[in-house]
Design a protein around this ligand. Structure first.
Ligand SMILES: Cc1cc2nc3c(=O)[nH]c(=O)nc-3n(C[C@H](O)[C@H](O)[C@H](O)COP(=O)(O)O)c2cc1C
Length: 185
């Protein structure tokens, strides 16, 4: 994050701490409100609108951004539940993606997304490789929404030997710096 902050001089940075501003989960009532509003194009009640208001706010934040930087630790080979809930909140039909002529269409063209994940174990080679569902899922979600540039970095082996941990961290910081440089010059 610091690498980006130092480069982004003429832009506004907004931070969203998902551990404090926890996204809503899709449950029966808000899921029905979403289907009625965005699939069936029905009018929904004020109460139903308020059930979708936090998701709508999170969508607006993403739509008003040029660059999204998402950082989280790997939990159980994937993303923490709050991060998945954030993706579920913003990936609403007609807002960040759509379906047209039997095809999916991402609506976030022109935007860039970087995911930075730390993990206790290592996944770049060996038998654990198939279990990496954190960076790969983030990248798939951003690509589905049509982001023009999607990048992901895994700072792996954070629970491993000190020397490997340190060199993996250095490698991740260098990768972040290179992306910040490429995107902001
Ligand atoms: C609930 C939980 C689940 C975790 N699951 C995984 C996992 O599946 N794979 C993995 O490599 N590390 C896993 N970890 C380790 C974290 O990813 C690791 O501690 C973190 O990325 C390193 O950041 P830290 O130094 O801030 O703890 C898990 C940690 C917690 C707390």
């Amino acid at each position: 994050m610091a690498e980006f902050k130092s480069k982004v001089k003429n832009s506004t940075i907004e931070e969203l701490d998902l551990a404090k501003d926890v996204p809503d989960l899709f449950l029966a009532d808000n899921l029905m409100a979403y289907i009625q509003r965005d699939y069936l194009k029905q009018d929904i009640s004020a109460e139903q609108k308020s059930l979708l208001s936090k998701m709508d706010k999170m969508i607006e934040q993403v739509k008003s951004s040029d660059v999204v930087v998402l950082a989280y630790p790997m939990f159980n080979f994937s993303m923490p539940a709050v991060v998945k809930a954030w993706f579920d909140s913003i990936m609403l039909k007609g807002h960040t993606w759509n379906a047209q002529d039997g095809k999916y269409l991402g609506l976030m063209k022109g935007k860039k997304a970087l995911t930075i994940v730390s993990s206790g174990g290592s996944y770049s080679t060996g038998p654990m490789k198939a279990l990496e569902h954190a960076v790969s899922l983030s990248n798939a979600e951003f690509q589905f929404m049509g982001f023009s540039e999607v990048k992901g970095i895994l700072a792996e082996g954070m629970n491993g030997a000190e020397d490997a941990k340190s060199s993996n961290l250095t490698k991740a910081f260098e990768e972040i710096q290179a992306i910040a440089h490429e995107w902001y010059q």
